[in-house]
Design a binder for this molecule. Structure first.
Ligand code: KG4
Ligand code: ZN
Length: 343
């Protein structure tokens, strides 16, 4: 990257799911503020994210969250160089709130508007974590809505090598947690319970699909867990949630680690990066670290607060778009099915 003559400040907004978030990011990698208003407690009442409620809460919170982000950074809107916003993929009603807000702010303050892909944001969290990290690398993006294996050849240059054919990794965590009575969001609960369990207690399937495929499939594993729970109940055998959590997690982690390492080796990449909410999973972090050490790959993982949805990562992605000359018009729209690498 060429050296910037002047510092670039980006105000970033994220509202694709159940977090209303805003951040101020300097030169893509320095987070001056990172405000996240989570709706998790509210959605927990319903066992998952209720899209209509998410949109309404975003509307209630977004002004205050943005104001707080500017205050925390000690800066004004006039000092920003651009406004970045997630415009897809995600829940359409939720995305629309952030997009409309960012457009209004950028228009009123006469600032450039930059639409950001949510997954690109997740990947970029790694640049914030390690200020010296640069492409190329293989990224494993595992969140509540996505499981992607991506080759990042340069800033903004993404090739999707594999994706889930059914449930996302985080979705599988959430569904299994519900089945064993752990509630929402399931990922952190399974992560914690698994520490008390035996990962070899139940042998759940490892779904690798075809030999040459980098795709994932987690719905069979989820069904296997549900079937196991039902069978135990019907035969009056004990159900040990900690053992189920640990055994399920072991299956997920083995597949994610093996496919990621295989992709890095086959593509001649020396670096691996994790991203997305599931990247804060302790077993995945440990499993990937061990495999990367064994294979001589350097591993990058954002801190947990940068793994789950936040706006700092969106500010980082917007910065690289800004440098590349990307500017969106006032017709920017939410795109719930936006593909990575498309505009
Ligand atoms: O990236 P994220 O905040 O939102 C999406 O873009 O989807 O990811 C949320 C997902 C949820 O499915 C949640 O259960 C999962 O990440 N998650 C975890 C952990 N923390 C969050 N999964 C496994 N272990 C964790 N520690
Ligand atoms: Zn996300």
């Amino acid at each position: 990257m060429e050296k910037q003559e002047k510092d670039v400040y980006i105000l970033a907004v994220e509202s694709s799911c159940d977090e209303t978030a805003a951040a101020v990011v300097k030169n893509g990698r320095w987070v001056l503020s990172n405000v996240i208003s989570s709706q998790i407690a509210l959605h927990t009442l319903y066992g998952g994210v209720v899209p209509e409620i998410a949109s309404r809460k975003h509307i209630e919170n977004i002004d205050g969250v943005i104001r707080q982000a500017l205050t925390d950074a000690g800066m004004t809107l006039a000092e920003m160089d651009a406004v970045g916003v997630t415009y897809g993929p995600g829940l359409v009603g939720a995305l629309l709130v952030g997009v409309a807000e960012a457009k209004a702010i950028a228009f009123a303050a006469d600032k450039p508007l930059i639409g950001v892909h949510h997954i690109e944001g997740h990947i970029c969290a790694n640049y914030i974590e390690d200020k010296t990290f640069e492409p190329p690398y293989i990224a494993l993006v595992v969140s509540g809505g996505h499981s992607h294996l991506v080759q990042v050849s340069d800033y903004g240059k993404y090739e999707i090598l594999g994706r889930t054919r059914d449930d996302a990794a985080g979705e599988a965590y959430d569904k299994v947690a519900r089945a064993i009575g752990m509630g929402y969001p399931g990922g952190p609960k399974i992560d914690a319970a698994a520490k008390q369990g035996d990962p070899n207690a139940v042998r759940f399937p490892r779904v690798f699909l075809e030999e040459e495929s980098y795709d994932f499939s987690f719905s069979g594993l989820k069904s296997a867990v549900l079937n196991y729970v039902n069978k135990q109940k019907m035969t009056g055998e004990p159900i040990v949630p900690e053992d189920i959590a640990a055994s399920f997690q072991q299956s997920v982690v083995e597949v994610l680690v093996e496919k990621t390492v295989k992709a890095a080796k086959e593509r001649g990449m020396k670096q691996v990066a994790l991203a997305g909410g599931v990247a804060s999973n302790s077993a995945l972090r440990a499993g990937m670290r061990a495999a990367c050490e064994r294979e001589g790959l350097s591993l990058h993982i954002p801190s947990p607060v940068l793994c789950t949805d936040n706006a700092a990562m969106i500010g980082c992605a917007a910065y690289y778009e800004y440098l590349a000359g990307v500017r969106d018009g006032w017709d920017l729209n939410a795109n719930p099915n936006l593909k990575l690498g498309e505009r």
